[in-house]
Write a protein that binds this ligand. Structure first.
Ligand code: SF4
Length: 330
């Protein structure tokens, strides 16, 4: 059960799938063993808005518009390595969508007043990720002072970390925070070796959750400032709702939107000119792309015998995103 009333604003919007994820750089001075970044992103100075690679604030605004975003979460890498970029993108998003476009920023650092002065007015919420080797002594680290300064300047301030053994020590930070978010530790392609070295195992064969993660955080979970974000919730609610928002804004007349927020359509690849068959359809029921025809999946299956060429059904994320499955039609 999600305690929506007490959730930070950034989480409420995330719950609705209404937050765009702005990956501002893959560079990071740390090397956390559990880092979930893929090889394509880690240590690369590249920018993504959701799953789209971008290069300018205007492109970020375009992606936000496609999903009717009500806010943005800025992540990385270490976003504050690219402070100027964080400020210019946040400023542009606030100018485009207004003050109410809520922006939260992740950082592994404990920024001082100078940095917060740059962020003031363009970022609303700070989510700090102190390194696990400091957790036991967290009350004596610079994160306390950083949180105090930021809250004094009007930011909402929290800690957001994966659930690891020893996380219970972070209770010492609770008096200085507005919230503490605990993400269920997730197994991924980039951290699988490190997980095995630590004798960690998957909880089941379906999700990426690591067995024991909830137990490590158990002593914290009854505190009203602490929120547990499960791996299952991220996949089945957060991502799904975000994809659905994009799909509703971008699907063509013939795309079928699935319950998961992906889209389904049929593809015909044929040599030579476009089949005259398509002249019988309404113009918005097919699209020619680089010599192939995209149309409703059922057109490809029902009229297969009238269509010469390679026929497939494609399932992918909306807005020409990740291809999930390609099924041949014989
Ligand atoms: S701080 Fe974040 S991005 Fe950097 S290494 Fe750790 S988990 Fe990865």
């Amino acid at each position: 059960m999600v305690k929506e009333r007490s959730l930070p604003r950034g989480c409420v919007l995330c719950y609705q799938g209404a937050k765009m994820v702005l990956f501002i750089t893959g560079r990071c001075p740390r090397s956390c063993w559990y880092c979930p970044l893929s090889r394509e992103r880690k240590d690369k100075d590249i920018i993504y808005a959701n799953e789209r690679r971008i290069q300018a604030p205007e492109e970020a605004a375009e992606v936000a518009r496609l999903m009717s975003a009500m806010g943005t979460g800025i992540t990385g890498g270490e976003p504050l390595i690219a402070l100027g970029r964080v400020v210019s993108y946040s400023t542009h998003l606030k100018e485009e969508f207004g003050e109410s476009h809520h922006i939260h920023l992740y950082t592994g650092l404990a920024p001082g007043k100078e940095v917060f002065l740059d962020l003031k007015g363009v970022v609303d919420e700070i989510r700090m990720h102190p390194p696990p080797d400091l957790w036991q002594e967290i009350g004596r680290t610079e994160y306390v002072e950083s949180a105090r300064i930021a809250r004094g300047m009007g930011f909402s301030v929290g800690i957001e970390v994966p659930s690891l053994p020893g996380i219970g020590s972070l209770d010492a930070m609770l008096p200085f925070l507005d919230f503490l978010n605990v993400n269920e530790l997730e197994w991924g392609e980039s951290n699988a070796v490190a997980m095995r070295e630590r004798n960690m195992v998957l909880e089941d064969g379906v999700h990426n959750a690591v067995s024991g993660a909830r137990d490590w955080a158990r002593s914290l979970l009854c505190h009203p400032k602490v929120h547990w974000c499960s791996s299952r919730f991220k996949d089945s609610v957060q991502l799904r709702k975000r994809l659905l928002r994009v799909a509703r804004n971008t699907a063509r007349a013939f795309d079928q939107i699935t319950r998961d927020g992906t889209i389904l359509y049929g593809v015909l690849e044929s040599k030579g000119s476009i089949s005259p068959f398509f002249n019988q359809l309404e113009p918005n029921m097919y699209e020619v792309r680089e010599g192939t025809v995209e149309t409703a999946w059922w057109v490809i299956t029902e009229f297969s015998d009238q269509l010469e060429g390679v026929k497939t059904i494609v399932e992918r994320y909306p807005d020409r995103g990740l291809v999930v499955e390609v099924t041949p039609v014989i």
